[in-house]
Design a protein around this ligand. Structure first.
Ligand SMILES: Cc1cc2nc3c(=O)[nH]c(=O)nc-3n(C[C@H](O)[C@H](O)[C@H](O)COP(=O)(O)O)c2cc1C
Length: 152
């Protein structure tokens, strides 16, 4: 089965998970890179504002077309109880192109449910599975059981 992992990550936590999923499944991997910068303190504040207002932003060119895949994993950090703006922008840019989806989300500890609901609303279909992990768990490599059942 053709599989794509598309993710956004500001501080490499969601990235670690995305790479683990791609390694385990043999999927192609797309890092979503925004044109607007979210680094540093100013970037943090901008990220919060953009997430709250569900701002659609420009992205750097993509390498893969989700249409070509039977399953797409979408991964994002939680920003202010929502998905990071680059992920929402990616979904918007690829509207109607997703067949089967699974969502993976990382956060310090809160906002998982509202983020998953928002992802489902933007994609327009329910995910086959979801994976919610706290930042600490990912950093300490404590997610192998959760990962195994997520990619099953
Ligand atoms: C702008 C911004 C808002 C955030 N809001 C939340 C939040 O509402 N709840 C939470 O638990 N963590 C929040 N976080 C923390 C991140 O979700 C968490 O550190 C995540 O694992 C980072 O993933 P990344 O390294 O892939 O970017 C926020 C981080 C940023 C930058």
């Amino acid at each position: 089965m053709s599989i794509l992992v598309a993710y956004y990550s500001r501080t490499n936590v969601t990235k670690k998970l995305a790479e683990a999923i791609a390694n385990e499944t043999g999927a192609d991997i797309e890092e979503i890179v925004p044109k607007v910068k979210y680094e540093g303190k100013i970037g943090f504040a901008r990220g919060g504002r953009h997430a709250i207002s569900e701002k659609i932003i420009d992205l750097e060119p993509l390498s893969f077309d989700p249409c070509d895949y039977a399953l797409v994993y979408l991964g994002t950090p939680v920003w202010a109880g929502k998905a990071a703006s680059p992920m929402i922008s990616y979904i918007k840019q690829n509207e109607g192109k997703f067949d089967n989806v699974k969502f993976f989300v990382t956060a310090g500890g809160s906002g998982f449910e509202s983020t998953l609901e928002q992802l489902e609303k933007y994609v327009g279909k329910a995910p086959l599975k979801t994976l919610e992990l706290v930042t600490k768990q990912v950093k300490h490599d404590e997610f192998s059981d959760e990962l195994a059942s997520f990619i099953e």
